[in-house]
Structures are given as C-alpha cells and as structure tokens.
Design a protein around this ligand. Structure first.
Ligand SMILES: NC(=O)c1ccc[n+]([C@@H]2O[C@H](COP(=O)([O-])OP(=O)(O)OC[C@H]3O[C@@H](n4cnc5c(N)ncnc54)[C@H](O)[C@@H]3O)[C@@H](O)[C@H]2O)c1
Length: 353
C-alpha cells in the first residue's frame, strides 16, 4: 500500500508529547521531515524515531517537495497563519494546532484558502475525539438531557502560566492568554455537544494580575521555569477570565485561570438539562444524573488518546479527501466568539453579535 508522506513543522512540546508518537504509531506513514527553527529540536526527533527521514530548519523545503502530501503546523499561534497559507498555496493538506491563529479575520482567510485550493485544513480541537465528549454529544442528540438550558465551564489551574515572557504571554504572538489557549477547547467541545448554537450576546472581563512583575512570579506547574524571557519578554495577556454568553440554545457562564491564588484546580463543564445533567471532568470522564439513575463513564484505557485519534482521522481524510469533524469550518464560530469576548472586556460592556 502507498505510504502517506507528511512533514511536521514545529518540534516543541505538543509535537514531542503527542503528534510524533501518534504518527509513529500509524502504519503506512512516512515522516519525511521534522522541521524546527532550532535545528537540535528537529534533530532530536530524527534520532528518536526511525520513521523521521530528515531534520531541517526551513519549513519551505517541505512545501517545495512534491512528495509531501500534508504538513502538521505545531508552531506558536502567530506562525499558524503564515505557514498554513503557504502550505495550502503549495497544494498541501494541513493539520494546524489550536487556536486557528491569533484572531478571527485571519482564521477566515485560512478557511477561504483551504476552500479555494480544495485542500483539507483540520484544527487541533482534539476534544472532539475524546470518548466522553463523543458520548455526551450522542446523548444530547438522543434527548437524554431534555433541553440543556445552561452550561458552566471552569478551566482554572493554579499558577500555571505557560512560557512566561515568551510567545504564549505576548498578545501579538498568541492572540491572548487563558481564554484563547484553554477556552478554545472548552467552547469548542460545548458547541460540538450542542450541535452548534447561534451566539446572541457576550460579556467578559479579562485580568492580567499574577505575573505583572514576571521576576517575582512563582510557578507551580506548566513550564514558566524554562523560558529565557522573564528578563526582557512580554506578558500582556489574560491570566484570569470570567464571562457570560447568551445563545439561541443554552446560555454559558465561565471562569478560566492560567493562574490564581487558590490551589484547587477545577477543570470541568456542567451541562444542565431539564431531564438530565452531566459534569464532564475535562479530558477524563463524566457523570450523568436524571433524578433516578446516576451513571459514570470513563474512556476505555486501551484506546488511543484523543490526539492520536485526531491524527489517525486526518491520515484517513488525506486518503479519502473527506473533512474530519475538526475541520476549520467547525471551529470558526469559536474563534469569532473568543474575539467578541476580548472585545467585550476591552469595551467593559455586553456586546450583541
Ligand atoms: N491541542 C492541545 O491540547 C495543545 C496543547 C499544547 C499546545 N498546543 C498548541 O500547539 C502549538 C505549539 O505549542 P507548544 O506547547 O508545542 O509550544 P512550543 O513552544 O513548545 O513549541 C513550538 C515550536 O515551534 C518552533 N517554531 C517556531 N517558529 C517556527 C518556524 N517558523 N518554523 C519551524 N518551527 C518553528 C519553536 O522553535 C518550538 O520548538 C500552539 O499553537 C499551542 O496552542 C495545543
């Protein structure tokens, strides 16, 4: 069987922890290039995986190679746009990590380019491939919740600002802080489970409080410790966010914290329906109540995780040309919502869509 030839651009944390192992585990895939502007990072992948054929620093080499059918764009958010647009114009299919890029306008341009070129553009909203999320989506379609009238999202960690002073905390490079970085996953899975929803109004407050003085910030998790930029870098993004979204279906309230002075991480989504309700423990399991029964569901431990399943789905899609469920068309509404929430915070008022 003909092998699918791919390239991975960006060999940082998500590439190392998820996408290289996933691609390595899929039969009939050749990873022709591992690319990173820091050569040693690409080279480390070539040493680690027999499947990786070349280590390079210039992503354009992958686009000029007619053998390469698809690229994985796993760079900081602001580079998603440039590399994805160039890849689509070179007639490659693209898997691009979340968020699409730093704002809604550029995200729409990326979607338009993929349509124009007839090439797939799939986004790393991996929760759509998480079994508990898939099951809640099915249960909602089957009517087990009745009418879901409210959803509460909590994405709160304790002193977990990623890469303080680097691309994640520089708005021009990331598009924002905890809302765009973690919130994108939560809103995406909510819209997926609801089967889409029309947003009517949004209200939001964004705070940048705990690392105003980067040198005195004390991290407890994530990887602020290994950034080189606490001396001269930038931190101008939200580390805490709170807001309210009205839609034609359920209304959504939410709180998110990359960092807060409460050491009780709370990562969950509550779905409140008039027949049933569920708490989804993010990335893990859910519990469902309907007044008579209580059911818990945890994913099968021997199944690949949701990142591996999304990569497998993309490889299949390259062969069939059929979009996966994390195609960019499914994610644009979330990007529009995130932008409106930031705008509401800037204007300090509720915004109508
Ligand atoms: N789906 C998820 O749950 C998930 C989790 C973590 C990160 N992400 C996303 O993945 C992306 C990368 O995040 P990360 O945590 O791996 O960051 P990272 O900083 O660890 O890795 C990014 C890598 O890209 C490289 N790079 C930068 N510009 C490049 C260019 N022009 N060409 C080639 N390489 C380049 C950097 O040198 C670095 O090694 C971000 O968009 C992030 O939002 C998604």
């Amino acid at each position: 069987m003909k092998k699918t030839v791919v390239a991975v651009i960006g060999c940082g944390r998500i590439a190392i922890s998820q996408h290289f192992p996933a691609l390595d585990g899929i039969d009939n895939v050749r990873i022709k290039y591992a690319c990173d502007i820091i050569y040693e990072k690409a080279e480390a992948m070539k040493y680690k995986y027999d499947k990786v054929e070349n280590a390079i620093t210039d992503y354009r080499i992958t686009l000029e190679d007619p053998e390469v059918e698809a690229v994985w764009v796993l760079t900081p958010n602001y580079m998603h746009y440039e590399i994805t647009m160039a890849a689509l114009r070179a007639d490659k299919h693209v898997f691009c990590e979340k968020p699409v890029t730093v704002n809604y306008t550029l995200s729409c341009e990326m979607a338009e380019e993929s349509r124009k070129r007839g090439k797939l553009l799939e986004i790393g909203v991996c929760n759509r491939f998480s079994e508990p999320v898939e099951m809640l989506e099915r249960w909602n379609r089957e009517g087990r919740f009745g009418n879901i009238y409210h959803i509460y999202c909590s994405f709160r960690g304790y002193r977990s600002i990623p890469g303080l002073g680097g691309a994640f905390t520089t708005k021009a490079e990331s598009g924002g802080g905890v809302l765009i970085d973690w919130g994108v996953h939560f809103f995406d899975l909510v819209f997926y489970i609801l089967g889409g929803a029309k947003v009517e109004t949004v209200s939001c407050d964004a705070y940048c409080e705990l690392a105003k003085d980067m040198k005195s910030y004390r991290y407890e998790s994530m990887w602020a410790e290994d950034t080189a930029n606490i001396e001269n870098g930038i931190n101008d993004v939200d580390d805490f966010i709170s807001g309210y979204v009205r839609t034609d279906k359920a209304n959504i309230s939410f709180n998110g914290a990359w960092a807060q002075n409460i050491d009780i991480p709370e990562m969950f989504v509550d779905f409140l329906g008039d027949k049933g309700g569920a708490r989804l423990e993010y990335g893990k399991r859910f519990t469902f109540w309907d007044g008579e029964t209580l059911q818990s569901f945890s994913p099968e431990s021997d199944l690949p995780n949701h990142w591996a399943r999304e990569d497998l789905a993309f490889i299949e899609a390259i062969k069939t040309g059929k979009k996966t469920k994390n195609n960019i068309d499914e994610v644009l509404e979330t990007m529009k919502l995130l932008e409106a929430l930031y705008e509401s915070s800037k204007q300090k008022k509720e915004i109508s869509y």
